[in-house]
Design a protein around this ligand. Structure first.
Ligand SMILES: Nc1nc2c(ncn2[C@@H]2O[C@H](COP(=O)(O)OP(=O)(O)OP(=O)(O)O)[C@@H](O)[C@H]2O)c(=O)[nH]1
Length: 478
């Protein structure tokens, strides 16, 4: 059912109005964190604007521009400006356009790159995000300080001195808060942010430390308060640098909590750093704290990619060990295990035997009943063998319809008996022409002293060939 246009329009208006209110709230909250008039460690609206353009695309233009215009007028009101209304309007427009243009360019470009991402490319995504944030905030600082000169609120000399601090403040706001706001906006308004989510669920489920989030965040806040207070009391640069150690408990959260919790704790800690710093009202070491906020956030983002890389790695590792069709071991895993067993066997003198078996007339099964039934025959044969061998034995798919079995502590006679048992227990597969019995030929060897796995495999293959030549469905030893 499609929504009527009037309803769609009012939903969009409500969404834009709510966004503007949120932007102004964030902007107002940022003012509470100022450590000197109009100066705070960071500029949180930068993160919200970048998040809005990333999620909404060009549709964010109107609400961001409107919010920045209202903020501009609000400032004039607070300052009790006596400038004529038209001058205030033009000045505010210039300032708002600078902010909107910079974050619009950055957000739209970031949005454009997202469509090209692969789910496993988290580290590249993070790098993209950091570079785009660096450039966007630089642009915002340059546009902003130029706009201030243009409206006569700053001289070129002042702008020259101010743009760097402006940049770092915007950078801290955007770097720490953009992912948090992206997640928040997507939860409020149902934007698709699957690209933001690393595939870490299985990894997190194995972690034991989840649900202690409140303890972890409390620890971080106590550390922040202690460091800033000691820095305020002793004002030594070395003490301020300790704020970088907040990365450690933050990493603990990254590795043990969900994405939402990680981004929320980053936001809380940064708000706490800025507010605590603002509370003391000093500007000693401001840059240290600003850069610490950026570095802690960037570290946390890269940390987020570790669990996803680990789980991807685990999947690949599984793929190299387990055959995708029959779920028995792969050839490479078999060879590796067999070599390890052979080394162990040489020190203990226990026998070690090998079986190679190949399904008889498998091509005919494929050609008569189709490849899906052929696949089914491979799966059933492998599973049947698996249930008839011991826990310590290993079955692997060598390729096609050929399988290998490793039998530790079995001599040739015992291996022969095992092979006979396996041959007799092979199942029948259901086809549209009734049940068809799977048959196979077996070649067996006992690995001789000094013989390598490859040499033993070649001997077993020769025995298998003999079994085929002798009419199939039988066991031949070598
Ligand atoms: N369905 C299916 N067929 C496969 C797969 N891998 C290989 N094959 C087919 O398996 C057949 C192997 O046939 P062969 O072992 O050469 O010959 P055969 O018909 O079994 O005859 P003998 O071994 O001499 O008894 C080929 O037709 C391959 O195309 C697979 O994963 N699934």
């Amino acid at each position: 059912m499609t929504t009527p246009p009037v309803q769609q329009f009012s939903a969009s208006v409500a969404r834009y109005a709510a966004f503007i209110a949120m932007w102004l709230l964030v902007w107002w909250a940022a003012m509470l964190m100022e450590y000197q008039p109009y100066i705070s460690l960071w500029y949180p609206p930068a993160g919200l604007s970048l998040a809005a353009f990333t999620l909404m695309g060009y549709r964010a233009l109107l609400p961001v521009l409107t919010a920045t215009l209202i903020a501009g007028f609000w400032m004039y009101l607070q300052l009790g400006s006596t400038l004529p209304f038209t001058t205030q309007l033009i000045n505010t427009l210039i300032l708002a356009a600078g902010h909107t243009l910079a974050y619009g360019l950055g957000g739209l470009y970031f949005r454009h790159t997202i469509s090209k991402w692969d789910i496993q490319q988290l580290p590249q995504r993070i790098l993209y995000f950091l570079v785009i944030t660096l450039l966007t905030t630089l642009l915002a600082a340059l546009f902003g300080s130029t706009a201030f000169v243009a409206i006569g609120a700053m001289s070129w000399t002042d702008a020259n001195a101010a743009w760097l601090n402006w940049w770092v403040g915007d950078l801290a706001g955007a770097m720490v808060l953009t992912p948090f706001f992206i997640l928040l906006l997507s939860q409020l308004w149902d934007y698709d942010v699957s690209w933001l989510r690393p595939n870490v669920q299985s990894f997190l489920q194995e972690r034991a430390h989840t649900r202690l989030w409140s303890h972890k965040i409390t620890l971080m806040l106590v550390l922040v308060a202690t460091i800033i207070t000691i820095d305020y009391l002793y004002s030594h640069a070395a003490i301020a640098y300790f704020i970088f150690f907040i990365s450690l408990p933050q990493m603990w959260i990254v590795f043990t909590e969900r994405l939402e919790t990680t981004l929320l704790s980053l936001a809380i800690v940064s708000v706490f750093i800025a507010s605590w710093f603002g509370f003391y009202g000093v500007d000693n070491h401001a840059l240290t704290y600003q850069f610490a906020m950026c570095v802690i956030a960037a570290n946390a983002y890269f940390g987020l990619s570790v669990p996803s890389l680990l789980s991807h790695n685990r999947k690949l590792h599984h793929q190299t060990r387990i055959d995708a069709l029959t779920h028995v071991a792969t050839r490479s895993h078999f060879i590796q295990t067999a070599e390890e067993k052979l080394r162990g066997q040489r020190s203990t003198d226990f026998p070690l035997s090998l079986i190679v078996f190949d399904i008889d007339e498998f091509k005919t099964i494929n050609d008569t009943f189709g490849h899906l039934i052929g696949d089914q025959a491979l799966i059933m044969a492998a599973q049947s063998v698996r249930t008839h061998i011991r826990q310590c034995d290993l079955i692997a798919r060598f390729g096609g319809d050929e399988f290998l079995i490793l039998l530790p502590e079995q001599n040739l006679a015992q291996a022969r008996a095992t092979a006979e048992r396996l041959r007799e227990s092979l199942p029948a597969i259901p086809t549209n022409e009734g049940m068809v019995q799977i048959k196979a030929s077996f070649g067996i060897v006992e690995i001789a002293p000094g013989e390598s796995i490859n040499e033993a495999l070649q001997r077993a293959d020769q025995a298998l060939l003999k079994a085929k030549r002798k009419g199939r469905d039988q066991v031949v030893s070598s």
